[in-house]
Ligand binder design. Structure first.
Ligand SMILES: C[S@@+](CC[C@H](N)C(=O)[O-])C[C@H]1O[C@@H](n2cnc3c(N)ncnc32)[C@H](O)[C@@H]1O
Length: 284
């Protein structure tokens, strides 16, 4: 079944979101923090927590999500993006504006957020710096505009979500100091994967970065869900040092079919490490 999303994005959890939200804690946590928000796919599938925070170190994504988090922002954004034509020229202009950044571009936050969204919708493989998706049987101006209109109800889900543009590790350090707050929080931790080669503006590739991250997550209070492929660092720190429970989520294609060829790509199992045990299925 096709899962509706704000746009395609590298490492997006649209297909896994339903399973992941079923594994989350609601009654004992009135606060939900998505520390590596990306395109916010978990919010779309998730029941509401009283307080909800979207965080990402990518300031372009935060600019977009700030607009999405208010009714006025959303309607202005949708109205504006429907004025943009679907073409390689506008796509290239969007990427040029994004390269200069919000301040240097001299345009308003609304206009900048529109270019961020437009770029994600029109770039190959959900990569902000990807090439134009082109015009063909599957995608043209009308189809893109219809897809945007089809998203309107879903976008309302972002109403009231607090948006922060911080390094996740700094947020975790701060919440370690505020145990009362952390203990009533469900943390969703979908960092760039260990040894990944995605084109995020901010990445976490190396073992040392994941060691520091896992150690901080282990010391944090509350309910924590960490996503990733299986790897020795998470086993050693999350499972053996901090007693996390490891669950298999689902096998998914590791890379998208970028070249358009028919060959099967490498597949890898998706896991979550939870700070709380689940009853029943999934446990290894
Ligand atoms: C795997 S993606 C998240 C995908 C998201 N769950 C979704 O479904 O769309 C990882 C995200 O982490 C962000 N990121 C990378 N390093 C970060 C850091 N140190 N602090 C906060 N965000 C970071 C990237 O910008 C990227 O958007």
């Amino acid at each position: 079944m096709e899962q509706i999303s704000v746009a395609a994005y590298m490492g997006a959890k649209c297909r896994l979101a339903q399973i992941l939200v079923a594994m989350m804690v609601y009654m004992k946590a009135n606060r939900y923090v998505d520390l590596f928000g990306g395109l916010g796919n978990l919010f779309i599938q998730k029941p509401v927590h009283e307080i909800e925070v979207y965080n990402d170190l990518d300031s372009d994504l935060c600019c977009l999500f700030k607009q999405l988090s208010t009714g006025g922002g959303r309607s202005a954004l949708v109205k504006r993006i429907l004025d943009f034509s679907y073409s390689a020229e506008v796509h290239d202009k969007a990427q040029e504006i994004l390269r200069s950044g919000l301040i240097k571009s001299g345009i308003s936050e609304l206009e900048y957020a529109t270019y961020v969204w437009y770029d994600l919708l029109t770039s190959m493989n959900g990569n902000k710096t990807g090439a134009f998706r082109g015009i063909n049987d599957k995608i043209d101006e009308n189809k893109v505009k219809n897809r945007i209109l089809h998203k309107l109800d879903m976008l309302e889900r972002f109403e009231g979500v607090q948006v922060t543009n911080r390094n996740a590790l700094d947020v975790i350090k701060e919440d370690i100091q505020n145990k009362e707050l952390a203990d009533r929080t469900m943390y969703f931790l979908d960092s760039p994967y260990f040894e990944n080669n995605a084109g995020y503006s901010h990445n976490m590739v190396f073992s040392k970065e994941h060691e520091e991250y896992c150690d901080l997550v282990g010391r944090l209070g509350g309910y924590k869900m960490v996503c990733g492929y299986d790897n020795p660092v998470y086993q050693k720190i999350l499972v053996e040092k901090y007693g996390f429970y490891k669950y298999l989520v689902k096998e998914v294609a590791k890379t998208m079919r970028i070249g358009g060829g028919d060959e099967l790509r490498a597949r890898e199992d998706e896991f979550v490490w939870l700070s709380y045990p689940l009853k029943g299925a999934y446990q290894l």
